[in-house]
Design a protein around this ligand. Structure first.
Ligand code: BGC
Length: 734
């Protein structure tokens, strides 16, 4: 285990362990969230279902909740029976912490955790969008800001970053992570860990990250959430494990196990994953928490006979903390006393948990000061500026026929689609209603940027559309800007879709708008790649805004006006049709790559390739690559490529470097991203971009996890997307 505490701190952890009773130890392994009590006759879970399936409205749900009270488990805390809680209110945090610190026998502080997925007060673009900025400095800065804001509310532990490599756009959780590529995912992971964890100038400035969902969750069969995962082990090592390994290497303090089974064993009780790979091979020093209710679900999975058995299996596998089931709290003592769970297992888990609490400074500074609490009552300008910058850098221009965009500020704009006025939907999955107060809707942003903007709701992702209003929009506008896509709830957890075209009647609405004869700009707000073959064929301009966060309106308006030249890229390929999922650029080669010939790997009724590939994104200027040179220099490949801005606007191009191992002992992907760099280029400017790629990064893992570097031919690609690249070949010996 890596040394992350001072000698003194480590000694304090050991001394506490010596003093703790078995009950107190198990208490540390128990995470609670506030339970809702009273106010209604059915269990809370059913109430949620009633709201989801429409038996009660959101408002009715709100009323019932207002009449209910929350149980914060004060008695258990007092007895030392709780190690962690999910709470976000600093006053409550202090109140509960006081019980833990002053009234429990040993005074061990609680660690408060929360799903801070893409910002706390300042909500940034969803992760799949932010990853497309290809900007590690940005990834780090947004994480650092989120850490400060949440720590001011007493939340010292983020259940983030989500690092699942995700290649099937049907899976709703693609929105939460950095997309389909393990290298981009790893760079994202490292930057997030630095941002969340590394500013120790004060305990107000950092939190513990939680890597999730370890591991393979992004590969759930058929993109259906919580489904089973089967994968060859070389895919596991070379793709799905990579961002987690990078984040552990960067110093990540906690990990959350995934819900799914991996090749038959649920991650929650998977000793190979938790002990052998994570704790032993990667040397992970922190603790592992289960996903919500996951220990109990091992019974449903059919891997444990009952809850006692599930608790035993999880603890032995290396699961240190139980999220939400109280199975450890209720059954682990007996399992230890009967010899089914060795005491050493418990001690190890508790040592890890106390280590993280110590590292967070919770023993010395358990409370949030009054002053800190007030720090972000009004969001400072640098926070909203950062949210706007992140949104601007994440927006992707997918199509711009006849240069419809940018739109001159004095043109009459008919703004269509109910998403345009929403504050709730722009912050995407995992956002919370209290964050809406800082949101700038698309409508507000557009009105601030342009002189003549008129709003025509016409319809949205759900419900009806209004044909007459759409026609009126055509009558008014010189240009129609149609903001269509998905609601926040259509992606994220438990939001898989079997048809990933634009939902509801929005396509019909687009058709009506197109019939008006006015130029249409389609602005998409969504949490996953969509199947856009119709839109690509018929709509002249398409802008992918994703769920851009609290500054959505300002960022989008500035992109549409040309105040900002779009530079975002896709971190996930877009299929032409849903049936092509999963679609990703770095797929394996086959003996019969798809082509026009019949007996090749293709569909009869779909294009050969994705509609928009990974790394793709247009700009208001154009770039040209030339002169790719690759030279071997000892242990390094020196790669150089020229990139020129051939248009009439300044811009920033994302130069991408890919490689292919042409012949190896295992089939290798057709291309793999190895490096990227953002290059600012004034109109007409040309620059040479250099990459020094260590040759030992050209290897891969076999099915046993052995890293192989094999002599032979390699192809090196450089370009502005995974599809459009120059290439060179080089023969290498290692
Ligand atoms: C999700 C996790 C989340 C946890 C706690 C689970 O349902 O899968 O991503 O961190 O809930 O809210």
């Amino acid at each position: 285990m890596k040394n992350i505490l001072t000698e003194q701190q480590a000694a304090k952890v050991e001394a506490l362990l010596q003093e703790m009773t078995l009950d107190e130890k198990i208490g540390q392994m128990n995470q609670e969230s506030p339970s809702i009590v009273g106010g209604f006759d059915v269990p809370f879970e059913e109430l949620i279902e009633m709201m989801t399936d429409g038996r009660i409205t959101k408002e009715e749900f709100g009323k019932i909740m207002a009449s209910a009270t929350q149980d914060f488990h004060e008695d258990e805390i007092r007895k030392g029976g709780v190690g962690s809680l999910m709470v976000q209110d600093p006053v409550k945090v202090n109140e509960l912490q006081k019980i833990a610190v002053e009234e429990s026998r040993l005074g061990i502080p609680l660690i408060f955790g929360l799903d801070v997925i893409h910002g706390f007060r300042s909500v940034y673009p969803i992760a799949i969008a932010e990853a497309g900025a290809f900007d590690t400095d940005l990834f780090e800065r947004t994480a650092r800001m989120a850490a400060k804001e949440s720590r001011a509310a007493g939340v010292a532990w983020h259940f983030a970053p989500m690092l699942d490599v995700a290649r099937d756009a049907r899976w709703g959780r693609v929105s939460e992570g950095p997309g389909e590529d393990p290298y981009l995912g790893s760079e994202f992971a490292r930057a997030k860990i630095r941002g969340l964890q590394n500013d120790h100038s004060s305990t107000d400035n950092y939190v513990a990250a939680c890597l999730k969902h370890y591991v393979g969750y992004g590969a759930v069969e058929s993109g259906r959430d919580y489904n089973t995962v089967s994968m060859a082990m070389h895919l596991f090592y070379n793709n799905y494990l990579k961002p987690f390994a990078a984040a552990v290497d960067e110093g990540a303090m906690t990990v959350m196990a995934a819900f799914n089974d991996l090749n038959g064993v649920p991650c929650t009780v998977n000793e190979f994953l938790l002990r052998k790979i994570l704790k032993e091979s990667l040397g992970f020093p922190g603790f592992v928490v289960s996903d919500a209710n996951a220990i109990r679900e091992c019974v449903v999975h059919g891997i444990a006979e009952d809850e006692v058995d599930a608790g035993i299996k999880a603890a032995i596998a290396g699961m240190d903390m139980d999220m939400g089931t109280e199975i450890y709290a209720k059954t682990l003592k007996e399992s230890v006393e009967s010899g089914k769970v060795p005491m050493a297992v418990i001690d190890e888990a508790v040592r890890r948990i106390l280590t993280v609490k110590m590292w967070l400074g919770l023993f010395d500074n358990p409370y949030v000061s009054e002053e800190t609490m007030k720090r972000y009552e009004t969001l400072p300008k640098e926070h909203t500026d950062l949210a706007r910058e992140a949104a601007e850098k994440s927006i992707v221009l997918l199509k711009n026929k006849d240069r419809i965009l940018p739109i001159a500020k004095d043109r009459k704009i008919a703004l269509v689609g109910t998403l345009a006025e929403s504050r709730e939907e722009i912050i995407g999955a995992w956002a919370m209603s209290w964050q809406e107060k800082d949101c700038v809707s698309i409508l507000d942003g557009m009105k601030a940027e342009f002189e003549h903007v008129k709003y025509f709701p016409c319809g949205g992702p759900e419900g009806d559309i209004d044909r007459n209003e759409a026609i009126r929009a055509g009558d008014y506008g010189d240009v129609i800007v149609a903001v269509l896509g998905e609601t926040a709830a259509m992606s994220g957890e438990a939001s898989s879709r079997a048809d990933i075209t634009i939902p509801g009647r929005q396509r019909e609405l687009l058709e009506i708008l197109m019939e008006t004869g006015k130029p249409v700009v389609l602005v998409l707000m969504n949490g996953r790649p969509l199947a856009l073959s119709w839109e690509e064929e018929f709509v002249p301009a398409i802008v992918e805004a994703w769920h851009p966060g609290i500054q959505a309106g300002n960022a989008l308006a500035r992109v549409l006006s040309g105040a900002v030249n779009p530079e975002g890229r896709l971190a996930s390929s877009f299929p032409a049709l849903t049936g092509m999922c999963p679609v990703y650029y770095n797929h394996m080669n086959t003996g019969r790559p798809g082509s026009k010939s019949k007996f090749t790997s293709r569909y009869l009724d779909a294009p050969l390739d994705s509609l928009y590939p990974f790394g793709y994104g247009l700009s208001y200027t154009t770039y040209e690559f030339s002169n790719l040179k690759v030279e071997e220099d000892g242990d390094v490949l020196n790669i150089c490529v020229d990139v020129a801005n051939t248009g009439d606007r300044d811009g920033r191009e994302t130069v991408q470097l890919y490689t292919q191992d042409v012949a190896a002992s295992l089939v290798r992907p057709v291309k793999e991203l190895k490096r990227f760099e953002k290059v600012a280029l004034a109109a007409g400017e040309k620059k040479s971009v250099y990459f020094a790629l260590p040759k030992n990064e050209l290897g891969f893992c076999d099915n046993e996890g052995n890293y192989l570097l094999e002599d032979g031919l390699f192809r090196i690609y450089a370009g502005g997307s995974s599809r459009e690249c120059l290439s060179e070949e080089i023969s290498l010996k290692f």
